[in-house]
Design a protein around this ligand. Structure first.
Ligand code: SF4
Length: 447
């Protein structure tokens, strides 16, 4: 009897939020009886969840679309082969994609409906066009363990900050918060379905807010409510903007279920450049927050994003960024050479920095990041880390190697008993070594 389940593959670009959405969309397809195959394998449908945060992201989104068009079953017959272009590149280039006509175009507002849309198409129903204003940012099913070991829960979408270099508010819309009760329900469901780590994600999460019986709640209230949800899990915060990190949130950092790690976006260490970026904090303020987090939890891991070569950035400004990154000793720095985005204010600013200078500055930050990352990981030698196993591998000599991440988000490898059953479980591992290379694993022994 021929396996009638249709095959779908995914290509996800960009941020953790996009990854979380893909995980949910894939779960939606599985619920409808579809088979998930690897991107590149022949499939009935291919979903590209695109990104437009930089010029490079645009190029990658277009190349993913072209790859998808090559691997999808040829759409000669009405109910065959469908490439769906979804995500931020779509919201930035809708007309062009629709004029191209080779893909079905779905913007961020309706991504959660993709499984039903595509399934209907293969049942011969006409694909509807969607009214632009209708928006369903949280209509995603709870994600199963399709591509990831940890549950990603979307709690916020869109942004009202309009940093002068950023295209996101134009493609993800205005800031919107997922109701607290709905979020806590999703956390409970994820814990009940066996996830040991839950990650809260959004575009600008620290702007989450809700007013309940006249009381205005902020991000820290949401985090507290999620921590108090029943279940044996640890909670990780996705990328957070520093402008609304308050005392309440810092006090929560020693809660037994929260992970001692935060990805706090710095972007620049120069007060002049932060102002030009229209960031809503100062470098001194950022340093203070970092200090409080590390005073609260010694060894707290802070990772960050830095943009180099922002218009007007001179050698002194860049030196300020280097000096601050040196002082703060980040666990990792994602480095972005400034990318001109049409529609943003910075694209018209004077003092555009030559590409060669951007490249050199980015290389300097990367070298610094490798150094501080290694120093942070070496500081964990001799400690016992709680490692959530993501992958296990059978070695030639028959023993099983497990690899996963510590609570402070550092990769750790150790010899595991119990083989594949070790995945999605947390083990205490004593750190005894560190690999070579620019992204070294810690190596340890099960305690
Ligand atoms: S806070 Fe700034 S950088 Fe972040 S999404 Fe909003 S506009 Fe973009």
């Amino acid at each position: 009897m021929e396996n009638l389940s249709r095959r779908v593959s995914f290509k996800t670009l960009g941020c953790k939020l996009n990854q979380a959405e893909t995980e949910s969309i894939a779960t939606g397809f599985i619920t409808l009886g579809w088979e998930i195959v690897n991107f590149g394998e022949v499939a009935d449908a291919v979903i590209v969840n695109s990104c437009t945060v930089t010029n490079a992201a645009d190029r990658k989104s277009r190349s993913a679309m072209n790859q998808a068009l090559k691997t999808v079953k040829q759409p000669e017959t009405p109910e065959s082969g469908l490439v769906v272009m979804a995500g931020c590149y779509v919201d930035g280039h809708r007309e062009k994609l629709e004029a191209d006509g080779r893909t079905y175009v779905v913007g961020n507002n309706h991504k959660s409906h993709i499984p039903q849309l595509v399934d209907a198409h293969f049942k011969g129903e006409i694909l509807p066009g969607y009214p632009e204003d209708e928006r369903d940012p949280f209509g995603y099913p709870l994600a199963g363990k399709v591509f990831r070991t940890r549950a990603m829960i979307k709690v916020q979408d869109g942004c009202d900050n309009f940093c002068t270099y950023c295209i996101i508010p134009f493609v993800r819309g205005r800031g919107i918060s997922r109701p607290l009760a709905d979020t806590v329900k999703a956390v409970k469901e994820a814990a009940a379905s066996g996830f040991r780590e839950i990650v809260l994600t959004g575009v600008n999460m620290s702007r989450w807010e809700e007013t309940l019986s006249g009381v205005k709640l902020g991000f820290a209230h949401l985090v507290e409510a999620c921590l108090n949800a029943p279940g044996d899990f640890r909670l990780r915060l996705g990328s957070v903007e520093p402008d609304l990190i308050d005392e309440k949130l810092i006090r929560l950092m020693d809660h037994p279920k929260i992970t001692p790690h935060m990805h706090l976006c710095l972007q620049s260490g120069s007060e002049k450049i932060l102002l030009a970026m229209k960031r809503e904090y100062t470098a001194a303020g950022f340093e203070k927050i970092a200090g409080k987090l590390r005073k609260k939890i010694p060894g707290f891991n802070i990772t960050t994003d830095v943009i180099v070569g922002f218009p007007g950035e001179n050698d002194e400004d860049f030196a300020d960024t280097l000096a601050l990154c040196e002082r703060l000793g980040f666990g990792h720095i994602h480095t972005f050479p400034y990318s001109r985005r049409d529609g943003t204010r910075a694209v018209k600013m004077d003092g555009q920095v030559p590409e060669g200078v951007k490249k050199a500055r980015a290389e300097e930050i990367r070298r610094l990041s490798e150094r501080t990352k290694r120093a942070y990981r070496e500081s964990l030698m001799g400690t016992v880390q709680s490692v959530l196993v993501e992958k296990t591998e059978l070695q030639k000599d028959g023993h099983i190697t497990a690899r996963g991440f510590s609570a402070s988000y550092v990769p750790v490898r150790f010899t595991a008993a119990g083989g594949k059953n070790a995945e999605n479980r947390i083990f205490p591992v004593r750190v005894e070594g560190i690999d070579e290379g620019d992204d070294p694993d810690l190596v340890g022994t099960l305690v």
